[in-house]
Design a binder for this molecule. Structure first.
Ligand code: AMP
Length: 727
């Protein structure tokens, strides 16, 4: 849980104002559970009734035996007891299967995840960092195929976003001086709640312990009542919103102890997730490893705006490492301590958030989960993006445009449309300044995972850096004709204020100048009618008396040639590692070997992301085929197609299986010195092409210039059944 405050820019932090709305949300969520899990609830109810019937009947049998009742009477009572036991066990089985199928059950998902993770580690997609020294939690290396997938994802990201939108790419340092992250709010509020084992000092994320406790009870304890089950679900739904005190109280109420030692736990307290460092040998300049890349863009706004010819809208983008000292990282590649972020900051006039290319995406339909649906217990549903923007479900066109572009990006990478949804933040998940936020969530064996956050953050970040740095981070709109505007003018009379307030005069002047139009005009009216007014000076924390001669307030007409304003920012923020991991899960499948005696793993990556596009292997080892293999390899290199040559003597079937496990979409088998076969991974179908054409055919289909169907229609071919014969 991130402690959000009104000033906290990112993470799910709650403001005090937002805390007050929680009780309302909690009530509605209980209602959601009541309706959603009716079957589970009634099974739990029935199980507890059956258990008490078994107990009562057991007591009856014991009583009959003790009173030496007649044998037929005892036998009848035992028969009834056995019947009740059978009924109880049938309900238990039903409840277990309901829990598993409703998504609480984790056995299948864990087995699937294990199969994916084993393959990824065995084929070096990733390696736990510093493995020979027993590793460090939350740090991972990408091995050769992992690096290739990441590089493909990033180059598609650059093409899909930076190139398409003419974005300005920057590359800023990871080491960031404290002042920058103080202005952004990270130094004070980028925290998670932590508890410590009171004896060993081991640290845990407080909300994770509560979540584990509730999940385990729901999944494994069939004896809990329907009411208790509803309570645990309720806690799971709202725990993100708990204050440290509320979280601590729940941990105590449930008697949760340290998982490894069962020792008591400390009260939860905030832990800042940034890695602290100092810059330079003196150790006098405090700094942090950046927790996100966005701040580098904000602090460069002025130069980028000039670079862009002082025109809005424009977007800047950055790909780079981010560092978060997660308290107890779990979930493999999904929650790590160093990861790649790809972030876009699209600067736009707050008075005009339309987007010229919105019509390109307005017809898209995909799963969206607006806040009303979440609150009323419905599930995500397919919505047309254009309609969602027109109805105001999505706040504005620019935000809608990016939601559509993110959808296209993820699905073209190979994310399953049916396991992707855009979930709107609930009102109390958003910082007060945010206009609207949607997360692209992808379903994996860990559940729904936030992979991309798309937020309209209004002018918050630029204002925060303007205030701290004293550099105006603003844009101008030049008027074609000068405009006459009425301006509020507040002139504190410093001589009178100095006499009245002496040392605190500065505070009073600043507060007077900071009044908005309504406050100022009310003060003017009171001063005119009563000659004096009580005025609250927040920096003094008290009221002072302002007299008519201390301030002049008026409205003046002025000609203005331009409007100066702080742009709003719309920020899509991509966790690249999370997207890649979800992609691995969505692309992973198994199929039986030809002999049917084992299951073979296949990563069905689209050619766009496949780490290697093609393997080339001579059918048998002879000089003629090896020469032909070299020719093809040279041509593939010249057209930029990554490939691998396999000259091992193993059977062709085994070689195909090895490349399938790496997700290689095409395999060229050299079986003559004039022509070769090209096999497509998913269908296992093959076409025969001349040796000269092989590289260009693979390159066209790998780069999406041709489909496999086109290739199939253009060349002599044989289907997978016939291909199996050859394998
Ligand atoms: P945030 O700034 O917290 O909204 O995070 C931006 C994106 O970074 C999220 O949408 C995630 O995809 C990703 N992310 C956040 N924390 C982590 C982490 N510990 N490990 C990997 N990815 C993360």
């Amino acid at each position: 849980m991130r402690i959000l405050s009104a000033f906290i820019p990112r993470r799910q932090i709650l403001s005090l104002r937002q805390f007050q709305t929680n009780s309302i949300r909690r009530e509605s969520i209980s209602t959601i559970h009541a309706s959603m899990d009716a079957t589970e609830q009634s099974l739990r109810q029935s199980l507890s009734e059956k258990s008490s019937s078994v107990e009562t009947q057991g007591n009856a049998v014991r009583a009959l035996k003790a009173s030496r009742a007649a044998k037929p009477e005892i036998d009848a009572a035992i028969d009834l007891l056995n019947k009740l036991k059978l009924e109880k066990s049938a309900v238990e089985k039903q409840l277990q299967s309901t829990i598993s199928s409703s998504g609480n059950g984790s056995l299948n998902r864990e087995a699937f995840r294990q199969a994916v993770v084993n393959t990824l580690e065995r084929r070096l997609f990733y390696i736990p960092s510093f493995k020979i020294y027993r590793g460090v939690a939350g740090l991972f290396d990408y091995g050769p195929p992992g690096c290739a997938v990441k590089s493909n994802v990033l180059s598609f990201w650059r093409q899909h976003f930076i190139l398409e939108e003419n974005m300005l790419e920057v590359d800023c340092p990871c080491v960031t001086p404290e002042v920058v992250l103080k202005a952004s709010g990270h130094v004070d509020k980028f925290t998670d709640l932590m508890v410590k084992d009171e004896k060993t000092g081991t640290c845990y994320r407080a909300d994770h312990l509560l979540k584990d406790y509730c999940t385990e009870k729901l999944e494994k304890d069939l004896t809990i009542s329907a009411e208790k089950a509803a309570e645990f679900k309720d806690v799971l739904a709202v725990m993100e919103d708990y204050s440290p005190e509320e979280l601590g109280a729940k941990i105590k109420e449930y008697g949760i102890t340290a998982p490894d030692t069962k020792n008591p736990l400390s009260d939860p307290y905030p832990f800042n997730l940034m890695f602290q460092t100092s810059i330079g040998p003196s150790g006098l300049i405090p700094g942090y490893m950046r927790p996100e890349t966005a701040q580098g863009i904000f602090v460069n706004f002025k130069d980028l705006y000039y670079y862009n010819g002082r025109k809005l809208p424009f977007a800047a983008a950055q790909i780079g490492q981010a560092f978060r000292n997660e308290i107890s990282p779990r979930q493999g590649l999904l929650r790590v301590r160093e990861f790649t972020l790809a972030e876009i900051e699209h600067f736009v006039d707050p008075e005009n958030k339309s987007h010229p290319k919105f019509s390109d995406v307005s017809k898209l339909e995909f799963h969206m989960f607006p806040r009303e649906e979440q609150m009323s217990g419905q599930s995500a549903k397919k919505l047309c993006l254009g309609e969602a923007v027109a109805k105001g479900t999505v706040n504005n066109e620019t935000l809608g445009y990016f939601i559509g572009r993110v959808y296209l990006f993820l699905t073209r990478l190979g994310i399953d449309k049916e396991r992707l949804r855009f979930r709107q933040h609930l009102a109390n998940e958003m910082a007060h300044y945010a206009a609207d936020c949607w997360d692209a969530e992808i379903e994996s064996s860990y559940g729904w995972i936030e992979c991309v956050g798309i937020a309209d953050r209004s002018a918050y970040d630029l204002r925060a850096h303007s205030e701290k740095s004293g550099v105006a981070l603003v844009a101008e709109e030049k008027y074609a004709e000068p405009k006459e505007v009425e301006k509020l003018v507040i002139n504190p009379v410093k001589k009178e204020l100095g006499l009245a307030f002496k040392g605190t005069q500065k505070n009073v002047v600043e507060s007077l100048e900071a009044m908005n139009e309504k406050e100022a005009m009310e003060m003017k009216a009171t001063l005119e009618s009563k000659g004096e007014v009580e005025f609250y000076v927040c920096t003094l924390g008290k009221n002072v008396s302002i007299k008519k001669n201390m301030v002049s307030i008026s409205k003046e007409k002025k000609k203005e040639h331009q409007r100066v304003f702080t742009p709003s920012v719309i920020e899509p923020s991509f966790g690249i590692g999370r997207i890649i991991y979800c992609l691995y899960e969505h692309c992973f499948s198994t199929r039986p070997s030809k002999a049917g005696d084992e299951q073979l793993n296949v990563f069905r990556f689209p050619p766009l992301v496949a780490p290697i596009k093609c393997t080339v292997f001579p059918l048998v080892q002879n000089q003629q085929f090896e020469e032909a293999t070299k020719v093809i390899s040279k041509e593939l290199t010249s057209v930029g197609i990554s490939h691998k040559i396999d000259i091992t003597g193993t059977s062709i079937g085994k070689r195909y299986a090895r490349t399938d496990e790496l997700g290689v979409p095409f395999a060229i088998t050299v079986d003559s010195d004039t022509s070769v076969t090209i096999r497509e991974r998913d269908s296992k179908d093959q076409v025969r092409v001349s040796l000269k054409e092989a590289a260009s055919v693979v390159s066209s289909v790998a780069e999406g210039k041709m489909t496999w169907q086109d290739v199939w229609a253009s060349f002599p071919h044989h289907s997978s059944a016939a291909a199996d014969e050859q394998e």
